[in-house]
Design a protein around this ligand. Structure first.
Ligand SMILES: [Zn+2]
Length: 180
């Protein structure tokens, strides 16, 4: 969990100029509105490293090394991709892991916790299979029918795709419930 400014909601970067107020809350200097007493000033990095009560947070942000054994071509491709998109390979690997593995698993965990089981997610997947089956059966263009079959057989069953679509369904279910 990143630490956010309570005023502008932006996650802090190490060199952001911040202040620590009398309640030990960190606020951007540019977001400060004179409501509380200032205890300290500095960059986010300086303030976080100065006080013991930020120990937990420092631990979370600490970087550790991980050695990967990848073939040369993959390494070259990753480095090229990272350079092109102006990110580090570390950030690239992190983003891929979160998007394709961590986020889908967290969504499944949340549903399990909220609903006690995964029946609704299961039903949702089956409904999508049925729609795509019907769409493929009704498609006169065989080439397009094969695309729909591929979507149905390969992509819908990917957890990252299914959970992402389910979230859209969930959002609209909530909106319906509140009468919007
Ligand atoms: Zn701010």
């Amino acid at each position: 969990m990143e630490m956010h400014c309570s005023v502008c909601r932006q996650p802090y970067k190490d060199d952001d100029m911040v202040l620590l107020d009398e309640y030990n809350t960190v606020i951007h200097q540019s977001c400060y509105g004179l409501e509380t007493q200032i205890q300290d000033l500095g960059t986010f990095h300086q303030v976080i490293n100065k006080y013991d009560f930020f120990k937990q947070l420092r631990k979370k942000n600490e970087k550790k090394q991980l050695t990967l054994n990848l073939d040369e071509q993959t390494i070259t491709n990753m480095q090229k991709y990272a350079k092109l998109h102006n990110v580090s390979v570390d950030d690239l690997v992190t983003a891929l892991f979160i998007e394709h593995a961590q986020a889908p698993m967290e969504t499944v965990g949340r549903i399990q916790k909220e609903q006690g089981n995964l029946d609704e997610l299961d039903e949702f997947g089956k409904k999508l299979n049925k729609y795509l089956d019907e769409a493929a059966a009704n498609e006169e263009d065989e080439k397009m029918a094969e695309v729909l079959n591929q979507l149905n057989k390969v992509h819908i069953s990917k957890l990252e795709v299914l959970t992402d679509l389910y979230k859209v369904y969930e959002e609209n279910k909530k909106a319906q419930y509140f009468g919007h």
